[in-house]
Write a protein that binds this ligand. Sequence first.
Ligand SMILES: [Zn+2]
Ligand SMILES: [Zn+2]
Ligand SMILES: [Zn+2]
Length: 774
Amino acid sequence: MSGVRAAERLAVSVKGIVQGVGFRPFVYQLAHKHRLTGWVTNTSGEVRIEVEGVAEELKAFLTELESEAPPQSHITGVMSSALPPAGYHDFEIRESVAEAGKYQMISPDLATCADCRVEIFDPANRRYRYPFTNCTNCGPRFTIIEDIPYDRPLTTMKVFPMCAACRKEYENPLDRRFHAQPNACPVCGPKLRLTDASGQNIESADVVADATRLIKDGKILAIRGLGGFLLACDAKNQSTVEELRRRKQRPAKPFAVMLPDMAAVEARCSVTDEEKTLLTSAAAPIVLIRFKENTDIAVSVAPGLKYLGVMLPYTPLHHLMMAGIDRPLIMTSGNLAEEPIAAGNAEALSRLDGIADYFILHNREIFSRYDDSVVIHEAGSKRMLRRARGFAPYPIRLPSDIPQLLGVGAQEKNTFCLTRDDNAFISQHIGDMENLETVEHFENTLRLYEKMFRITPEAIACDLHPDYAASKWAEVEASRRELPLIKVQHHHAHIASCLAENAADGKVIGVAFDGTGYGDDGKIWGGEFLIADLAGYQRAAHLEYLPLPGGEAAVRKPYRTAIGYLYRLFGQNGLTKATACLRGVEGSEIDLIKQQVDRGLNTPETSSAGRLFDAVAAILGIRTEIQYDAQAAVELEMAAEGVDTLDTYPFDIIVENAVRIIRLKRLFESIFDDIENGVATAEIAARFHNAVVDIIDQVCHSLKDDKGLNSVALSGGCFMNRRLLRQTIERLSNSGFKVYAHREVPTNDGGISLGQVAVAAATSTKHEALSTNI
Ligand SMILES: [Zn+2]
Ligand SMILES: [Zn+2]
Ligand SMILES: [Zn+2]
């Protein structure tokens, strides 16, 4: 140091996502730039820095620490305090320090960066065609972490001692791979191998080249990726796609497609700038984009849909494969039907036996299963449908600190949520809790999150539904851990989730339009208007109760719902209507369903908005039986695409015991009139969507007049319907409501766990009085 002016010393602590993102080399270089001495280190809780030098340089250092931070870092707080000078001679990066009880944000896995991409296609580079290339700006993070601090010995990379060349990069603070924990090369790192369906190794000089050839030949490959196995095949080959559907027992649910680059996306989809930004982001999610007609993509990839799930290559292996193949590839989770994604080699060989023709295996273990995330850009914002790779385990920030809690979620599309301070750590997508494998995945992931973020819940929150696997699990776990169990009504949790995500305070009109949720009265709710805050709710309005003949059977067979609805609304006349419009349903079956309703045999009552969409889809002949969740509603939405009408259908609102009930008889009458008058199905579907928006708008206005509330929170699975979401937000905003909707947290049951902890926190603290006063 020049030593003319007196040196000063600062202690600095930086919090946020600052590990595994090249933060310490950045600090090292910044310190050198400003001729500062001292050190930087990772601890379990933060990055800690001491810097010594002249005042102006220290000031500039602090400013640039935030303004110039690495692109994948996310600073949530910087604290600095002055210390007497210590006389450091240089600036060094010190060993990480583990501290009891402290925790760190952990970066999600990140898509391969541009620099690494160049290297794997450069024949002169030592990582030429190396499928595990990464650096501090990209590659696996969360999927390989076993504990914090994020250092190689605490990752699944610990079994690969670095070669001299890699070690040199790893130890050089000026190198892009300085302290890149998964750093590896063909000499020292993980390797691919190709096997047949029985796990027998296939001799291969270039696994990627051989795999590419197999896919071109119409074979189905299971590929071990970042967070688990993906099944890949040629998306242009109709018969292979159909074969994959048959083997995976997935008759119709859309598959996602990986395309080599933006030009390939633009050739097949009408992509917006916002969608482009999402596709090319470091999270690299699946984005649902409107696709062009008559492209080379097989019809059976997304049958009956107008949107295609698209993603770009996000690992070096994908880049190498896509370059060799230059055609759209189906990339879908390596699982059977609704089971969790397979992650281990042996596990995949047994679970995907009979699905994949060949396997690409590797020896870098996946510590946590991680599905691809799914997002849309709608109504001016990115909106998460499935939150996993690229996003979890980054927390949702809450408006204030809350106790440490666990919310176990609902049943399908499940997640859990753990809280600490003002962070809500929502797990990656876990899946359908009906499977034992999923429950195991749930428990393992929960254990990892509790350990990583040093969380010991003080209470557990679960859904009111007594039969949900997660609720039963919570019951047992709460008693084992001797913790209070807080049961939260499903739709209250939906609305609370929306409030928590938006940091909204106070009472709102909560519109929960959903498939199924267990109501306070034991009936199946789902078309609900709640006057709610986090602490409590009052059911202010709902769709009228109608019979659901067969319960679950009616969910799978929307024609049953239609018959139940029409019979209740129109009596014998309704059955005549049903016979006329539900072609293909035997008269004898209609008669059986009638008797079932008459006797109330396994025929719960429901106010579900999801079932209303089902019934209308069935009546219009769009879909009478479904092959995947919400298929009828999705196809009804698709039917309305491109129709821009203001026409709508009438309904009635009556008041019973101070609760508004939306009566649907006139709505169905008008639909039948339209059918008789030969109005096109697309037009009827559009008018029906308008009517649902009218219902929401009118009820909100009448509740506003009554309760003096001007804010509306929208939540529930029905708002995955883009047309419904867009129109509802537009209409309510135009009439002066403040509208809250989901963006970072799924509007479907993937968001329920956040709502549960938000309610549990509010009911266990200061808001307690509110719930009885609403
Ligand atoms: Zn990189
Ligand atoms: Zn190496
Ligand atoms: Zn729900």
